[in-house]
Structures are given as C-alpha cells and as structure tokens.
Ligand binder design. Structure first.
Ligand code: ADP
Length: 259
C-alpha cells in the first residue's frame, strides 16, 4: 500500500489543508507539484518537502483560469517526469445571508470552487488519457457540500456542485481507469475559518471566536479538525487501497452535528 514515486499535483498547496495534504503525501513517498497564487508560500512548502527527501516543484496558477490549470499539469509532468494524481484542493469562502449575495461575489467563489475543480478534472483526465495510463482525481468538497449551512449558502452550493462533478466525472472516466472522489472536511482551524469566524462576528454581532467555538462544540469527537486529519484520508484516496472506490464524497468531519 504505497504511493512511493507517484507524482501528485496539489492546488491551494501554499497553506492550510493543501499544505497538509502535500506534506503527508510526500511523507508517504510521493513527489509533489505545488500550485497556488503566492510564490513565497509555495517555496516554503517545497523546502519542507525536499527536507522529507522527496522532489517538489512549484507553479503559480489561478485555478479559475482553465489555461493556467492545464499549464500546471504540463509543468508537473515535465518537471517530475510523471503524473498520477491531482488534488483539486484550492478554495475560498463566502459568508453572508442569501439575500445579500452579489453577482460579483457569486461569480468569484463559483469560478474558484467549482470552475477550478472542473478545469482540474479536465486537465488531469486529458493528461492521463494522453499518457495512456490510469489516474486518480481527488476534489475538495466539504461538510457544507452535504448540508446547506445558514450564512454559508453560496459556499454550500459550490461544494454540492463539486460532489455533482465528482459523481459525473467518475462515470465518464471509469473506462479510462481514472477514479474520481472527493473529501469533505468539517471545521478545520485554517485561515479560512479565521475569515469565516470574523465575517460571522461582523454580520451577527457574535464575539470573535464564538462562531468557531460553536461549530467545534458540535463535533462529536470533541476537537477541531487539523489539516493532518484531512490529509490522512486524502492519502487513502490517492493510494491503491481506494482503487475500487469512485464517485464518492467521504465526510471526514469528526462527527459534526451542529447546524
Ligand atoms: P483551507 O486550507 O481551509 O481550504 P486556506 O484559505 O487556508 O483554506 O487555504 C486555501 C489555499 O487556496 C490558499 O493557499 C489560497 O492561496 C489558495 N487559493 C485560493 N484561491 C485560489 C485560486 N484561485 N487559485 C489557486 N489557489 C488558490
């Protein structure tokens, strides 16, 4: 049960869950192509991966831009001499009541969270097909992709959409030997949750930190999730033990019961 020597591209790898996934997969023996918007952050993660003893390459791309995502896949393949797995992890949040959502805000989050995953699926599948090999596509959904959370309605819609793409792509690419699955984290203590919590505070008058604590209080396992918790499941999805799984969107949320 190994991903040793496999080449994995991770988007949104500069920090948070994406960084955690990249480091875990490197520990498991993979070489990693790191994609994000910020070179400084990518360089830091690449250094950490090299210290683990694996190869790393970095590529600046905005996942909402189809051509940039295709270029990222080409870069990964040429720099690391292979291409086996893509983790379409990059995402952004939007907090606010449905009544207040503006066209610009909705276009922005949709272009990153949904279009970004779609372009990642397209680019990776096309590359696997061109190489005539099997491959794995792993997409970031969320607990919010299983339930429409108040104040996170548009974000939830994007994460439901990722599940839809995951299910459809799994069927379309199955005969090519390409599997497509998603991971659905709960409350992970990353910058994204800091932003969500602050925005809840502005909008509802709740003290800063209160919304985060409320959500964490609803986790059956009694603690916030870490990027490592997510990364362990992604490692399973990237490896051979999940070869017979496709079209799934697995919850890895510690048993979150708060709504
Ligand atoms: P989390 O890790 O909880 O999903 P973060 O906000 O900590 O949330 O990390 C998300 C990562 O995704 C950041 O490194 C961010 O720069 C990256 N990201 C956001 N939007 C894009 C985009 N359009 N293209 C590439 N990377 C992006």
């Amino acid at each position: 049960m190994s991903i040793t020597g496999k080449v994995v591209l991770v988007t949104g790898a500069g920090q948070g869950i994406g960084r955690g996934i990249a480091l875990r997969l490197a520990h498991d023996g993979a070489d990693i192509a790191l994609v994000d918007l910020d070179q400084t952050k990518l360089d830091a993660v690449a250094d950490e991966i090299r210290q683990i003893g694996r190869r790393a390459t970095t590529f600046i791309a905005d996942v909402s831009d189809r051509a940039q995502v295709h270029a990222a896949v080409e870069h990964a393949h040429s720099e690391l001499s292979g291409f086996d797995v893509i983790v379409n992890n990059a995402g952004i949040a939007l907090v606010g009541p449905i009544s207040d959502a503006t066209p610009d805000e909705v276009s922005k989050i949709w272009s990153v969270n949904v279009d970004g995953v779609l372009w990642g699926i397209q680019a990776a599948a096309a590359k696997f097909q061109a190489l005539g090999q099997r491959g794995k596509i792993i997409n970031a959904s969320s607990i919010a992709g299983h339930d429409g959370f108040a104040m996170l309605g548009v974000y939830s819609a994007t994460k439901f959409a990722v599940r839809a793409l995951t299910q459809a792509a799994a069927k379309e690419y199955a005969t090519d030997g390409i599997t497509v699955n998603a991971y659905c984290p709960g409350v992970v203590g990353t910058d994204m949750w800091v932003t969500i919590d602050k925005r809840f505070a502005e909008l509802t008058g709740a003290p800063e930190g209160a919304t985060y604590e409320k959500f964490v209080g609803g986790i059956a396992l009694g603690r916030a999730e870490t990027p490592d918790d997510v990364a362990g499941f992604v490692s399973y999805l990237a490896g051979p033990d999940s070869d017979y799984m496709t079209g799934q969107a697995g919850l890895i949320d510690g048993g979150l019961v708060y709504r």
